[in-house]
Ligand binder design. Structure first.
Ligand SMILES: Nc1nc2c(ncn2[C@@H]2O[C@H](COP(=O)(O)OP(=O)(O)O)[C@@H](O)[C@H]2O)c(=O)[nH]1
Ligand SMILES: Nc1ncnc2c1ncn2[C@@H]1O[C@H](COP(=O)(O)OP(=O)(O)O)[C@@H](O)[C@H]1O
Length: 217
């Protein structure tokens, strides 16, 4: 598909991926779109369900609002078997997956598609022809990660411990050379955001100039 390259944001749970992604969506109106994943995990208070099939106006709304398509294991497994997903993974006892349509909808609108996936997702996407920019968001330390996750107040003790275990694996694998185009340590949020913008600036400029050309023609 023509258009800007997608961006994969990965890194441990609690590293700050959603926070940074929301800053991009806030600051670059009409430039980015979020690929809304499917998951079997329960919605957190305040999270918005993308609710299955969407028409285009719902889709545009979902770019800014939906967190996930919340599903169940049976339905997701059926879709996995049917080849609905570009990639899928089990994380902390739940299934997560990126459907082809969630990416295609964003790209069809000429936007930079943001995928928030774990390290298994990164590996699987590398087997596809998506050709995204791979960015890993890392916490300054395990201690700070644990504090941020605890302060976020979204996890049970069991889920939190699973996430910290997965974070250890992620931090080890992500540091291997060649996996990511850029590793950003999210210590100071504004500094991390500046680095993220800098790695994406070429694609951002492409989308902005295409929009300008369309307006002028
Ligand atoms: N492989 C894969 N991972 C995903 C997908 N969606 C989310 N994830 C990852 O699943 C993990 C847990 O996500 P979530 O339950 O939202 O928790 P949070 O990252 O702590 O907010 C994170 O590492 C996400 O990057 C997906 O579609 N595919
Ligand atoms: N640089 C930062 N400094 C302090 N707190 C942060 C920073 N970045 C994110 N946070 C906080 O840490 C928590 C985890 O961030 P979040 O974006 O939910 O992570 P992820 O999407 O990677 O799981 C959130 O409560 C968020 O407000």
């Amino acid at each position: 598909m023509e258009g800007p390259r997608p961006v994969v944001l990965s890194g441990p749970s609690g590293a700050g991926k959603s926070t940074l992604m929301k800053m991009l969506l806030r600051d670059y109106d009409g430039v980015f779109g979020f690929s809304v994943s499917h998951t079997t995990r329960s919605p957190r208070p305040g999270e918005v369900d993308g609710k299955g099939t969407m028409d285009i106006s719902d889709t545009l709304q979902a770019f800014n609002q939906a967190d996930y398509h919340f599903s169940n294991r049976e339905a997701m497994q059926e879709d996995i078997d049917d080849g609905t997903y570009i990639e899928n993974a089990e994380f902390s006892g739940n299934l997560y997956g990126t459907s082809k349509s969630s990416v295609d909808e964003v790209r069809a609108n000429g936007l930079i598609c943001i995928l928030d996936v774990d390290i298994q997702g990164v590996r699987n996407i590398k087997q596809t022809d998506l050709d995204p920019i791979y960015v890993s968001i890392q916490p300054p330390s395990m201690e700070i990660l644990e504090k941020r996750l605890r302060d976020r107040n979204t996890e049970t003790e069991e889920s939190l411990l699973k996430r910290l275990e997965a974070a250890r694996v992620d931090m080890e694998l992500s540091n291997e050379p060649g996996v990511f185009d850029m590793l950003i340590v999210n210590d100071d949020l504004e500094e991390a955001y500046e680095k993220l913008q800098s790695v994406l600036i070429e694609e951002i400029t492409k989308v902005q100039s295409t929009k300008k050309e369309r307006c002028n023609s």
